[in-house]
Design a protein around this ligand. Sequence first.
Ligand code: KG4
Length: 351
Amino acid sequence: MKILGLETSCDETAAAVVENGRKVCSNAIYSQIEKHRPYGGVVPEIASRNHVKKLPEILRQALEEAHETFESVDALAVTYGPGLASSLLIGFSAAKALALRLNKPLIGVNHHEGHLHSVFMAEDAPPPEEAFPMLALLVSGGDSSLVLMSEPGQYERIGTTIDDAAGEALDKAAAILNLGYPGGPIIQKTAEGGNPSAIRFPRGLDQPDRGKWAYKYDRDLCFSFSGLKTALLTHVKKLPAPPEGKYLQDLCASYQEAVCDALSSRVVRALDRLEIKSFACAGGVSLNKVLRAKLSDISKKTGIPLLLAPPSLCTDNAAMIAGAAYGKYMHNPANSTPQDVNPNLLLSGWR
Ligand code: KG4
């Protein structure tokens, strides 16, 4: 089954064709980063206008690269939340119109579900059925969560951030240091060759606190990054001049280390408590080399296999949406079409 997926939840305009949930036939993306860079973050109005402008061209590119046409694909899939309302609406309206015109099924996909599915789209990934129960660390620009997946389509969030997301912490750090946007890749690059132990930044919720709760989650499995960001701001304000050279490298390496430590230590705690077959990391921050190295070490030490998405599928893309749509549709074709977008959509699963 070939599914044409559309993704416009934030600032990437993307379309892709995926066969049977795993084979990526095309993956066309227009990244709007350059449009938003002058503002240091995504401007919703600019994002939606650019989706309108670029989506037709990106759809054509996705079909051409896959040697498909609108008529030859079997179904359409689209992100219907969470994300920016005005951005979601562009992809959703286009997908709805196409599905009506072509008389093909329309499958609505939760953006986070797409990220989680992306780890099964690596060439060497096991079939999903063999990986469950699986623990997933979901780390994107707007979310940091630990998700327990007991079978395909079943998601239980067992930990979350109580303030900023990991990607947001990196983006804000780069803004404080005047390094540009998006912060994650810039901090990683600037940190190269720096000493990660030069400055001891706080790791939020570091002390094990068994039995305590943050919202409805076990506090031990939650994250907090706002104190880390404030620590950097305070540190920088005390410096006699803006940091540069080796000092800037050390600062970025130490900050990146604090973010990655906080993430990997929660994974270790969760793995200690759960009986699981594999663990995964998905979302834009999963591209981070230091985080990947820490998670690989955990995998080596525990013998629990680690699943990571191919780099091209870590940041926002439509292949993960078309991929995730397949299982959902096969499970219940009648119940996969959403009525509308939902900017605050929660990860609820379809089983
Ligand atoms: O998953 P994503 O593309 O968008 C959302 O769904 O939110 O993630 C974007 C986030 C940004 O915060 C960006 O700074 C971060 O991923 N990111 C990275 C790296 N590449 C992107 N963070 C750390 N290291 C990277 N190499």
